[in-house]
Ligand binder design. Structure first.
Ligand SMILES: [Zn+2]
Length: 221
């Protein structure tokens, strides 16, 4: 038997298309470049980390602000799948910081809802995982539909996500690093970690492209 991952192929096709079409800089809108040199310089990783829950530390490659925010939104909101390549080094740097000895650690991406996937036709986090050279262990079903987190306060964010992530395969005994694109309140990562730990996994931490440490900036779900 042989086959292929239809979603991955579609993502690859969209990416190739983005290279062929005239594009604007995903960071500042300058014409003819996927990402201009000035914006590219803003994406050089500077890893930081913070605790977002009990025993849950998240490492981020960048601060979610300015050009970084524009490029993330280009990927998540504007269909700019080519932006994943520009953001991947930040994720990779965060992963290296989070797991300096990667042996025996599995990478698990925060799953999208079916609705979000259908709307975009691709999964931004999964694209980032691939571009960062990581191989994801798929342990979750599609996320249960939930209200947009950006409209909610901190405690409501946790309640909104309760039970959103369902395991579809056993994770007992595995050491897992969680991957997401942006951490805001940390509610998503907390709930994913809770589901994994409930399944018997050892969650070693989380790694994301960018973090909003000082305030809640709107993040596209
Ligand atoms: Zn630019």
């Amino acid at each position: 038997m042989w086959g292929w991952d239809a979603a991955a192929v579609r993502e690859a096709a969209l990416d190739a298309l983005a290279v062929l079409l005239p594009v604007e800089c995903a960071g500042c809108g300058a014409e003819d470049r996927g990402l201009c040199s000035s914006c590219r310089a803003s994406l050089v990783p500077e890893v930081s980390s913070r605790l977002v829950g009990e025993g849950l530390r998240v490492w981020s490659g960048l601060e979610y602000d300015g050009v970084v925010r524009e490029v993330v939104l280009a990927l998540k909101r504007d269909g700019r799948v080519d932006a994943a390549r520009a953001l991947a080094p930040a994720l990779a740097a965060a992963v290296v910081a989070a797991a300096p000895e990667p042996d025996g650690i599995d990478v698990v991406a925060v799953p999208a809802t079916r609705r979000a996937y259908r709307r975009r036709g691709y999964d931004p986090v999964r694209l980032l995982v691939g571009r960062a050279g990581l191989r994801e262990l798929r342990v979750f079903s599609a996320a249960r539909p939930h209200a947009a987190q950006k409209t909610l306060g901190v405690s409501a964010r946790d309640a909104n996500l309760r039970g959103a992530f369902r395991l579809r395969r056993a994770v007992a005994g595995r050491r897992i690093l969680i991957i997401d694109d942006v951490v805001t309140s940390g509610a998503t990562l907390r709930e994913v970690a809770r589901a994994l730990r409930e399944g018997g996994a050892d969650v070693v931490g989380a790694a994301v492209v960018a973090s909003t440490p000082k305030r809640f900036a709107p993040v596209v779900e």
